[in-house]
Design a protein around this ligand. Structure first.
Ligand code: 5GP
Length: 191
C-alpha cells in the first residue's frame, strides 16, 4: 500500500536489532486517517469473506483493529497479556514471546467473546517472527472458530513470520512488506 510505504519512508526510524520505530503514526501517536485508509484496503482485500469478529493483541494492535472493525461493522476483541498465570476455565490461554520486550507473556481471551460460530479476521501492527500470530491462531483454534484471514500493517519480510503463516495456507495481507532496513544509513526498501 503506497500510502503506508511512503509514510514509513518519511517517518519510520530504523533501530538496531531489526526494530522499526513508527511511534509518530502507529505505536504512540496514532494517525487515524491512515488507519482508516488501511481498514478500507483490508475491506477490499478480504471482500466476500464472512467476517464476524476482529481479533488482535494488546496494546499496539488495538487502535488499528478498532478502526478496521468499524469498517467491517463487527466487534473487536483483544487478547490480554496477563502477568500471573490464572488458570481460569472461562478463558482461552496461550503463551506469546514478545519480539520487542524479549519476554514470554501468558495471553488470554474470555470464552464469552469467541465461539465456534465466529469467523475471525486477525489484525496486528507488525509481523516479525510470527510468535504473536501463532499465539492468536492457537486461541482461535481452541475456540473452534474459523480464521478467514490475517491483516498486518508492516511485515518485516526478512524475518520468518510471513513465510510460516503463508505455509499454513492462511490468507495473509500485509500492507507494507519491508525487504531490508539499515540502522546505520536509515535506508528502508520494500518488496
Ligand atoms: P512477532 O511475534 O511476529 O515476532 O512480533 C510481532 C509483535 O512484535 C508485534 O505485535 C509488534 O508489537 C512487535 N514488533 C515486532 N517487530 C517490531 C518492530 O520492528 N517495530 C515495532 N514497533 N514493533 C515490532
Amino acid at each position: 500500500m503506497k500510502l503506508l510505504e511512503e509514510r514509513i519512508q518519511k517517518d519510520g526510524i530504523v533501530r538496531a536489532g531489526n526494530v522499526l520505530k513508527v511511534d509518530s503514526f502507529i505505536n504512540h501517536q496514532m494517525d487515524i486517517q491512515l488507519f482508516s485508509e488501511m481498514a478500507k484496503e483490508w475491506k477490499r482485500l478480504f471482500a466476500g469473506k464472512n467476517i464476524t469478529k476482529i481479533l488482535t493483541i494488546e496494546a499496539s494492535g488495538i487502535g488499528i483493529a478498532a478502526v478496521t472493525a468499524m469498517e467491517f461493522g463487527v466487534p473487536v476483541v483483544f487478547a490480554k497479556k496477563s502477568q500471573s498465570i490464572n488458570l481460569d476455565f472461562d478463558n482461552y490461554t496461550t503463551k506469546i514471546e514478545s519480539f520487542t520486550h524479549k519476554r514470554i507473556y501468558d495471553v488470554i481471551v474470555s470464552k464469552k467473546f469467541l465461539s465456534a460460530e465466529d469467523h475471525i479476521l486477525i489484525i496486528d501492527d507488525f509481523l516479525a517472527n510470527g510468535c504473536a500470530l501463532e499465539g492468536l491462531l492457537h486461541i482461535v483454534e481452541e475456540a473452534g472458530a474459523t480464521v478467514e484471514g490475517i491483516g498486518i500493517a508492516i511485515e518485516k519480510g526478512f524475518q520468518v513470520g510471513g513465510e510460516k503463516i503463508r505455509e499454513r495456507g492462511i490468507q495473509l495481507e500485509s500492507l507494507a512488506i519491508v525487504e531490508s532496513m539499515d540502522d546505520e544509513t536509515g535506508e528502508i526498501t520494500f518488496r
